[in-house]
Design a protein around this ligand. Structure first.
Ligand SMILES: [Zn+2]
Length: 316
């Protein structure tokens, strides 16, 4: 999650009209394939590795620092080994090279793509484990589960980990800018996961009210699977503070899950979700204490399952 001051874009722009992809269900369409349960231990294992990467590289995984590139390498090796086709997109920000990691699961209709992403960079102040190791690790484990389970979605599945989000959504903006209008029209929806395990968690789903047509379906799907996981989510307006913003500007349906940053949990939210009222959802937001200790296991787990189920549902 970028600081409010780093907001580079205003959400809700409709520069392009999203073409409606017309697909017909294959006649042999099998019964829906269910998403596997995502192992929270495996997600936590990736968080431990990201923490080690920060410790070995000056304490952070920030844009332009060696811990960022090492994070990209860690994910890329796992994705390649699982059978993903990966690409590293380079860009320049503040005189340093930045990297987006994009991974495609071979198969599915490449003219009808479901994309899911989150930022992989931390701020320079700390290792960035909740922000955004959590979203990054959950996306990684979801991707690996899709490959390992032999999932054959009707849509094409693409995952992305963005660079330099904390400097103003730079990587995701560069990616969307690199797409032709035709490429953009092939993206059915984009799901964004930035902070999914805040220590005093909230359960928020991005509000689709001012978003491109189709976003309401994403919101409904994420909210429904959180409900199935036992939590009543609230809609929230992220106001262009994360990487869905560039997709929104391009007219692409989008949505996401967020467990809260520097904002304060209310009394009503504490009653509904547990945790402490009057305290920030993440007291270590953008601080050196954003370590593996700064993650709520239940939030990480519930969100990981809702995320995987939504990726399956929206790509089936
Ligand atoms: Zn952040």
């Amino acid at each position: 999650m970028a600081a409010a001051a780093a907001m580079a874009l205003t959400a809700g722009g409709l520069g392009l009209t999203q073409a409606t992809a017309t697909t017909t269900a294959p006649p042999h369409a099998a019964a829906a394939q269910a998403a596997p349960d995502i192992s929270v231990e495996k997600v936590q294992g990736h968080l431990t590795e990201l923490q080690k990467i920060a410790e070995a590289n000056g304490g952070n995984r920030a844009h332009g620092e060696p811990g960022y590139k090492a994070s990209v390498t860690y994910l890329q090796e796992k994705l390649e080994a699982a059978g993903f086709t990966t690409q590293v997109q380079e860009f320049t920000e503040g005189g340093a090279t930045g990297y987006n990691l994009v991974a495609d699961l071979p198969g599915g209709d490449e003219n009808n793509v479901l994309m899911a992403g989150g930022h992989l960079d931390s701020v320079t102040e700390g290792p960035g484990i909740n922000d955004n190791g959590t979203g990054s690790a959950t996306l990684l484990e979801t991707a690996l589960a899709a490959a390992d389970s032999g999932y054959k979605p009707t849509k094409h599945l693409r995952f992305a980990w963005w660079g330099a989000e904390e400097l103003g959504l730079v990587g995701s903006t560069e990616y969307v800018k690199s797409l032709s209008d035709d490429d953009k029209s092939k993206i059915n929806s984009y799901l964004n996961f930035d902070m999914t395990g805040s220590p005093n968690p909230g359960y928020f789903v991005y509000d689709s009210a001012n978003e491109p047509e189709g976003s309401a379906d994403v919101q409904k799907t994420l909210t429904g699977f959180l409900d199935e996981g036992g939590v009543e989510a609230e809609a929230t307006d992220i106001n262009g503070r994360s990487d869905h913003a560039a997709f929104s500007e391009a007219g692409i349906p989008n949505g996401g899950i967020f467990t809260g940053a520097e904002e304060i949990k209310t009394e009503a939210q504490a009653q509904k979700w547990g945790g402490e009222a009057g305290k920030a959802f993440d007291p270590c937001y953008h601080a050196d204490c954003d370590t593996t200790e700064n993650v709520d296991e239940k939030a990480l787990d519930v969100n990981a399952d809702a995320i995987a189920k939504s990726v399956w549902k929206l790509s089936e």
